[in-house]
Design a protein around this ligand. Structure first.
Ligand code: ADP
Ligand code: MG
Length: 680
């Protein structure tokens, strides 16, 4: 067994590194290396550092620190600034400050319960104050009367007197506070990082040309951990944030370049005349935005490599027909398409929509469910289904287009799996991914930088603004009465959405219970009306029946969990009621609200809420302003951070460690630099 010990010769201040071997015959053999030993580099395991044994190594793993590099890149969350000294006479109860003064007196005290306290009186030119510690008798030995020291801590009451309670002694400068874990303190981290930096810091090399104007990398690493000035820490953080974004961008660009080496499975010819026939037969005129995106797709089809495009379009902007057009082009070439949706409900709806749009052209469409088998199907031009598509042994021999709807609901692997399954080595289908999650452009450009981006930023004509009301508790009854009259007088149809209890992303039994209870409750309130209940745990037939009944106006009210969020299109529904709306992200609320206002009828959205705080109400009030999904997403990004915008972590968009998604300027710059660096 080989082991390392680290030691310092107190006289010469030399650092030594001992490497000892434990053998049976000879008890210990010491091999002495002069410091630095040069056996360490950034990629060495943290365990090779002095004073980091297996126990610490395990603990560090909880912070995802495995290598020396990981340790060096463990960035402080904040700093405590001990440089500024406060005058004793100015101290107020509750202040956390540093004072510097003379120890006038110092003694142990015993409380009635027998506990030991240490009491000192400290004075500076302005005044004096008592300082106490609890049960630290060794302080009496380490501190001496008439010495000057600094003390950092909180001012509180000690009996009836102002006192500084349990301060740190002689903590100087700016002290980094790190993300910690059990058994790993910031103080310990700082000391280990210092050693790591001394032993392996040489490996950190600048790679960016000076012209970009950032603090250089080695300095940044040093300044982020051991800053002399807060300004240096800020510059260092900016540089490291930039590096983080840049590395994401470069990864994406490389992926993009690799994709462009692929060849399309089948060359798709653009048969203009026939495409126009299809477009002319649509029940509506395409928006300018839809036309533009269809053109972008057609341009992609003409390229020597397959399309890989992300279509971002606000709810109701009409993405389905864009996908249908692309699938129609494939069909005209004798090729198959696959359309994958995240829920069975949505797959069913797409199946119906595509059938109504494409049947006149004799396109054969199959809805794939988990129970269908190959023999059930005849020749198919378009497969529609959920992720079960991936696993079915279907006759997909001529698939040239894969459409992934509501792509944020799928994992990266699920998407890649499907694409790989269809393609072969260096041959890929064209891929169109679609999302209604209005991901802020900056985020999309960074995170989906390998995809080409199209946006549908126009809502079809004739849509009216959805009037949105935030409804306080005391108006709930009034709201119900109003809904009742809307149903009676105008045959309005209503969604009532209850939130999920746990933010786990998946419905739990608790959620089902709570939505079922609410359903029972609402049935009492809307006695004469038809109510249906929809949640994810229903069987497929049950789901379809409820939705069909609602679509066919047999039901007035559909009570649901947020499963309705994704894509459901029932144009006659005009009122969306959301319970505990403050628990949703704005973009998610926007998506839910997008279930209504899908025709020329006047639509409404009623937001009930639980949290009465002004901040929470102010956030919701953005919903009343009639701003676009993209703007709401940007706003939520500012107010709640990225984790929340995308609802849950389903989006697969990671939390950045150092940079922030709101730092638009830095994100843009990282993109530019990535392009400059990879084009060389
Ligand atoms: P989303 O982008 O949210 O997936 P859909 O594709 O479901 O939107 O379309 C929403 C509704 O708008 C559908 O009922 C669809 O038929 C209709 N629609 C789509 N494009 C247009 C258009 N150009 N003009 C009018 N209605 C349209
Ligand atoms: Mg859709």
């Amino acid at each position: 067994m080989l082991n390392n010990i680290y030691a310092v010769n107190k006289e010469t201040k030399e650092n030594y590194y001992y490497n000892y071997r434990n053998c049976d015959t000879r008890p210990f053999t010491f091999v002495r290396f002069a410091f630095p030993v040069g056996i360490m580099n950034l990629d060495s395991p943290v365990g090779s550092l002095p004073m980091i044994g297996p126990v610490y190594q395990k603990r560090l793993e909880k912070l995802e620190i495995r290598s020396i590099k990981n340790l060096i890149y463990h960035i402080p969350a904040r700093y405590l600034d001990f440089r500024e000294k406060s005058l004793i006479s100015r101290l107020q109860i509750g202040d956390t400050v540093t004072i510097k003064g003379n120890i006038d007196s110092l003694k142990n005290l015993y409380t009635r319960s027998g506990k030991k306290l240490q009491l000192a009186q400290i004075s500076d030119t302005s005044g004096k104050i008592d300082v106490i510690w609890f049960n630290q008798p060794f302080l009496i030995k380490t501190l001496k009367e008439r010495e000057t020291h600094s003390f950092s801590g909180k001012v509180g009451w000690f009996g009836r007197k102002k006192a500084m309670i349990s301060p740190l002694i002689d903590t100087e400068g700016i002290v980094p506070i790190y993300p910690e874990t059990y058994g790993i303190s910031s103080k310990w981290l700082k000391s280990r990082i210092k050693t790591a930096y001394q032993l392996a810091g040489e490996g950190i090399k600048e790679y960016l040309p000076k012209t970009y104007g950032f603090m250089d990398l080695p300095t940044s690493i040093k300044e982020i951990h051991f800053p002399n000035e807060p300004e240096n820490a800020r510059k260092a953080r900016q540089r490291l944030a930039f590096d983080e974004l840049l590395s994401l961008q470069i990864t994406n660009l490389k992926r993009k370049l690799a994709w462009q080496k692929n060849h399309p499975v089948y060359k798709l010819e653009i048969k203009k005349e026939e495409i126009n026939k299809f477009i002319d037969r649509l029940p509506f005129k395409l928006t300018g935005s839809q036309e533009k995106v269809i053109d972008e797709i057609i341009t992609d089809f003409k390229k020597p490599y397959p399309m890989n495009r992300l279509l971002e379009g606000d709810v109701g902007s009409g993405k389905t027909v864009v996908a249908a057009t692309a699938a129609f082009i494939a069909f005209l070439n004798g090729c198959q398409s696959i359309i994958m949706a995240p829920t069975q409900i949505l797959a069913q709806q797409h199946f119906d929509t595509l059938n109504s749009l494409l049947q006149p052209f004799k396109v054969r469409i199959s809805l794939i469910t988990s129970s269908i088998s190959k023999s059930d199907l005849g020749r198919t031009d378009i497969f529609v289904g959920t992720h079960s598509l991936i696993h079915q042994k279907l006759n997909m021999d001529k698939v040239s287009l894969v459409v992934i709807d509501e792509q944020h609901k799928f994992g990266v692997e699920q998407r890649e799996h499907l694409v790989k399954r269809v393609g072969q080595k260096n041959i890929s289908p064209h891929v169109l991914t679609m999302t209604a999650t209005p991901i802020p452009r900056t985020v999309a450009l960074t995170f989906y930088g390998d995809l080409d981006l199209s946006t549908l930023n126009e809502i079809p004509k004739g849509r009216q603004k959805i009037t949105t009301w935030i409804v306080p508790k005391e108006k709930r009854e009034g709201a119900y009465a109003w809904i009742n009259s809307q149903i009676s007088n105008l045959n309005s149809q209503i969604f009532i959405v209850c939130p999920l209890i746990e933010e786990s992303g998946a419905e739990t039994l608790k959620d089902i219970k709570s939505v079922t209870n609410e359903f029972i409750n609402l049935k009492k309130i809307f006695k004469e009306k038809g109510l249906g209940l929809l949640h994810g745990k229903l069987k497929l037939e049950e789901k379809n029946k409820v939705i069909d009944d609602f679509r066919n106006k047999k039901l007035d009210i559909l009570v649901a969990t947020p499963v309705v969020e994704v894509g459901i299109d029932i144009p006659n529904a005009t009122i969306m009621v959301i319970e505990a709306s403050d628990r949703f992200g704005l973009a998610q609320l926007h998506q839910l609200r997008g279930r209504v206002g899908r025709s020329d009828k006047k639509s409404y959205c009623l937001l009930f809420y639980q949290n009465e705080s002004e901040k929470s109400k102010a956030r919701l009030s953005a919903m009343e302003e009639g701003i676009s999904g993209f703007e709401l997403a940007e706003l939520d990004l500012k107010l709640r951070g990225p984790g929340e915008i995308f609802g849950l972590k389903q989006s697969g968009i990671p939390e950045l460690k150092i940079a922030s998604w709101t730092d638009i300027i830095l994100i843009k710059k990282a993109k530019e630099v990535a392009e400059a660096l990879t084009s060389k």
